[in-house]
Design a binder for this molecule. Sequence first.
Ligand code: HEM
Length: 460
Amino acid sequence: MTVTDDRFSRMKPYNAGFVRKIDSRDLPPGPRWPALLQSIALLRFRHQFIPALHKRYGDTFTIRTVPKAAPLVLFSRPEHAKEIFAGDPEIFHAGKGNAILGPIMGEHSLLLQDSSEHRRARKLLMPAFNGAALRGYESVVTQLAKDEIARWTPGVPFRSLDRMNALTLEVILRVVFGVTDERRLTELRPLVNRTVDISPVVLLGWGYPFLQRFGPWKKTVENQRALDKVMYAEIAERRRAGDLHERTDVLSQLLAVGGTDQDGLSDAELRDQLVTLLLAGHETTATALSWSLYELGRHPAALREARAAARNGDAAHLEAVMKEAMRLHPVIPMVVRHLMEPATIGGRELPRGANVGPSILLSHRREESFPEPESFCPARFLEGHVAPNTWIPFGGGVRRCIGAGFSLMEGVAVLREVLLRYDVALPAGARDYPKVRNITSVPRHGARIVVRPDPGGGPG
Ligand code: HEM
């Protein structure tokens, strides 16, 4: 039996063990509809549902979700976000809230762990995401961005989300997995694409191993086995590579850390962390980038400033563009922690077993935090007006997104290349809105843009 067979047969139904019934009198107010309806509203219509609840119940309210009407208490004030992010990680667990991703990411995934296991994995992964490591990845990202945008056809509208997805996938394969062999890349691309495209129905049904003999579950297991086989082969080859310490990709750095630490990551752990980085880092960054291009296309003055910044090497300005696009269009709507013990947030004691979290959607639209919150204004990130715990697209505290710096580095490199080469506009009449796709929110129409060569004479 291989490691993967074992993994599939051990899956448990999602949320099986830790949901307990909680009396509504112990919780902030919220709608009284059946939990199934509230879950559907949260999953499918969050962009209407969450603001409507905010209007009706104020800054803190409770949603009931399936199974067992589990309460999810959402907060929108920065001081409450701060309390949650600073909460004791032994009490504020994050891993359990992500349990649905277990079948794909694997039990060792950083996203699924808590307590000492999380601390250990985070410590081993961190060096591959520090400033020096990020600088090492930048030239590969820049080259991949140049190759991608050189293929765009000027004057013909296209879905920037699709092109950014293709690009960020390539970045993960080359910069995170460190694969350069074209044969292996060809083998990996379809397997990875199918892994990323997994539907929530497949994830929800996964806890029932008998389903793995049928339809979409069977296909998913087969794809996962094939992906695992290639990943384990790559890990084995990389362990033997003589040039590990000169290589700048994330996998090689993780192996290098293991080399100096008896307690390094095992093959199964590496596989799980790599798939986690793939799933957490690919579409999220692509979405943020496509919204950035869309907003630049909508705002000619902001575009002019951003293009000047690209020419002048002003990375801070390009980063501000991406940050402002992520403020207006959060990729992930909220951050969730599961209370292992009663905890007090905003002066209110909440019971053990409740899920709590800041609503990123609401936090980013607060007038007090962001004057004229509906307008696209990258300058607010340059003038020091953004207070702590108001802009929280990457969550916070010990669980803050480990790839935050990576995605901003990638975003700046990609925006720079696009803006050096092209003028960006929206096709006539194009307007886009967020749409829910699994856990993330993406532009409904793919953030369509049209590019034209730089009237000033092309790159540089
Ligand atoms: C625009 C892009 C991205 C967004 C909006 C985003 C957002 C988030 C959020 C909201 C969390 C949860 C934080 C919390 O619970 O407090 C998270 C966690 C995480 N993200 Fe990202 N992310 C992005 C890019 C990336 C990239 C590029 C990578 C890796 C290459 C990555 C890897 C992870 C991992 C491993 C975690 C789990 C951290 C932990 O539990 O300790 N993310 N991300």
